[in-house]
Design a protein around this ligand. Sequence first.
Ligand SMILES: C[S@@+](CC[C@H](N)C(=O)[O-])C[C@H]1O[C@@H](n2cnc3c(N)ncnc32)[C@H](O)[C@@H]1O
Length: 248
Amino acid sequence: MLPSLPQMNEIWQQTLNWQPTQKQQEQFQRFYELILDGNRQMNLTRITEPVEFWEKHLWDSLRGVALLFCSADGETFQRNVSTVIDIGTGAGIPGIPLAIAVTDSVVTLLDSTRKKINFIDTILTRLELDNVKTITSRAEEIGQDPQHRQTYDLALVRAVGTVTVCAEYALPLLKQNGLAVIYRGNCTKEETTSLENAVQQLGGAVESIEQFTTPLSQSIRHCIYLRKVATTPAKFPRAAGVPTQKPL
Ligand SMILES: C[S@@+](CC[C@H](N)C(=O)[O-])C[C@H]1O[C@@H](n2cnc3c(N)ncnc32)[C@H](O)[C@@H]1O
């Protein structure tokens, strides 16, 4: 018998002022089971224990986009988030938890590894998700493709590279005033300084850096929020591999 994810409704309520419906809870469970199953063929995640999966994958994914949920006084912080891209999605994290929770957003999952996108394509129907699109490509390539460049309201990047690399991947894809969320464990002063310099070149600004503690293991996490404040110069993103080899 496959292990069951915990419900954790109280924690969802306290941290996001939101609780999954029965259907969403079932979708989270199915996502978890499909990942455990997929893990037998390829390396999708090392986090397989149900409580840890809930906290490190599901809760962490949605905590980073807390601004999409209603605050305690009923206000939604940011309403116009219809197009979302998850850059370097791997097994669909954080994009699939977001697509399950926020059904009126269309979430594009991007990864350069065809095997991972093929896996996601096979699970989307079983998750009953019709608000998800997938692309096998590199962020450097679609960032220069007019069909994608400057078309997204929100870009998410988790565990893909250094903060400046993530900024170079995300900012070209955002519409004016769009928001990038870079999920991090740590965030050092040196990283913040190099990030400030990089985002200026990319037409962005560091809006905020949030530190928070995870609700069960009490680990420290950071989310860096970048706002697109100007057009990104045409030379960014640079050719495939250059952002990592020569970070801004
Ligand atoms: C460590 S995994 C993180 C997966 C997921 N975001 C998570 O948090 O579990 C990094 C993923 O980014 C993808 N990736 C790395 N560089 C990329 C690029 N330039 N464009 C698109 N995907 C990239 C890799 O193929 C890999 O699946």
